[in-house]
Design a binder for this molecule. Structure first.
Ligand code: 5RP
Length: 236
């Protein structure tokens, strides 16, 4: 899904700036989405042009397929071998704390697993993703197991929002790479305490993971239409 205000130039500028952080020998986390596609392209260019040697852990089947097609070596997470650097997009970026909403691309579980373990988690986005408070434009996606999913959705709604099952264009439920469903929680914003909300969502049985990413991003590159990228760093 490409939100209004999203531009190729902005996304590409952010992607190029973040990919400049990649050094030979790194294990990378490869996120998912249209901005990450620019990261993959730039990475492939650097592999071909500079002989950069890296491998990447893809966070979705779509990223895996794209990385393979571009000739980016792939790897799996293994105990004791976490990514040196993970680069991923976001649906909303709260600029003060660098809290995020992710998952409109449906890959939030693998994305969070990879971001959580990475030594450095770097986010790439264009200006349309910057918000004062999370939840003002994007819903909060929640991946749930199929068993009793409607009951899980009602329990999620007790947190205050409205839960809508994510559907494919043909009207069938969207099934994630993990075989689960996604409910998008609307009406929760502005989210004053994203960390508390993340915990409240995680407590509900049947929830696999939610798209609130708190305290994970080390920095965010925000790309602009003029082709430049601004760096926002976490103060932690
Ligand atoms: C996928 C994600 C994406 O990173 C997020 O949706 C941003 O995607 P895009 O760069 O296409 O706007 O969280 O699950």
């Amino acid at each position: 899904m490409i939100p209004p205000g999203t531009t190729d130039r902005g996304r590409r500028a952010a992607a190029v700036a973040a990919t400049a952080l990649v050094e030979t020998g790194m294990l990378l986390g490869l996120g998912t989405g249209s901005t990450v596609r620019f990261v993959l392209e730039r990475l492939a260019e650097r592999i071909r042009g500079e002989g950069l040697r890296v491998s990447g852990v893809p966070t979705s089947l779509a990223t895996e397929e794209r990385a393979r097609a571009l000739g980016i070596p792939l790897a799996e997470l293994s105990p004791g071998r976490e990514p040196d650097l993970a680069i991923d997009g976001a649906d909303e970026v709260e600029h003060a704390a660098l809290s995020l909403i992710k998952g409109l691309g449906g890959a939030l579980v693998r994305e969070k697993i990879v971001a959580y373990g990475a030594r450095r988690f770097v986010v790439v986005a264009d200006e349309s993703k910057l918000v004062e408070k999370l939840g003002t434009r994007a819903p909060v996606p929640v991946e749930v197991v199929p068993f009793a999913h409607a009951a899980t959705a009602r329990r999620l709604e007790r947190l205050g929002g409205r839960a809508a099952m994510r559907l494919q264009p043909d009207g069938k439920p969207l099934v994630t790479d993990n075989g689960n469903l996604i409910y998008d929680l609307y009406g929760l914003g502005p989210i004053v305490d994203p960390a508390a909300l993340e915990q409240d969502i995680a407590r509900i049985p049947g929830v696999v993971e939610c798209g609130l990413f708190n305290g994970l991003a080390a920095c965010v590159f925000i790309g602009s239409e003029d082709g430049t990228a601004r760096l926002f760093e976490a103060s932690r």
